[in-house]
Write a protein that binds this ligand. Sequence first.
Ligand SMILES: [Zn+2]
Length: 181
Amino acid sequence: MQPIRLFGDPVLRTPAEPVVDFDKELRRLVADLTDTMRDEGGAGLAAPQLGVGLRVFTFDVDDVVGHLINPVLEFPDDEEQDGPEGCLSIPGLYFDTKRRMNVVAQGFNEYGDPVRLVGTGLMSRCVQHETDHLDGVLFVDRLDRAARKTALREIRAAEWYDPAAPPPVKVSPHGLRGIFG
Ligand SMILES: [Zn+2]
């Protein structure tokens, strides 16, 4: 079992690559994601959250457990939903997040067979959240400016938060001239 990568880890900000080989290794990844998701009590888990840059996620919503590979989302209507959302990579924090109410996701299963997933409500929210992970997007990015500011403040104050990559020290142009003569 691998640890879940937390907010601040650059892998969560890196767009994942499409799966090309539907092999044993991929099925091992799907099993790892499923086990970890269930252990942590998550509604979904995306491969980048385990440090793997592939377009794969698992879901467990209302006792429907599955996975989707190389997902492409379509929205059949404009209906929206607004409600609390959380993320295993941002543990313990929940923020109301607007999402589309209905989604149709096309993709593949672990054997490379095409699959189609029609989701509404929580399932739709989960599919959008996990597909965002594959694009390096986190749910706090979806909040409006004021809510995002609050969320980021709470994240930075969280016990688990570790600024892995401190911001680089800014060097003024004058300073640069000094350094390079
Ligand atoms: Zn998440």
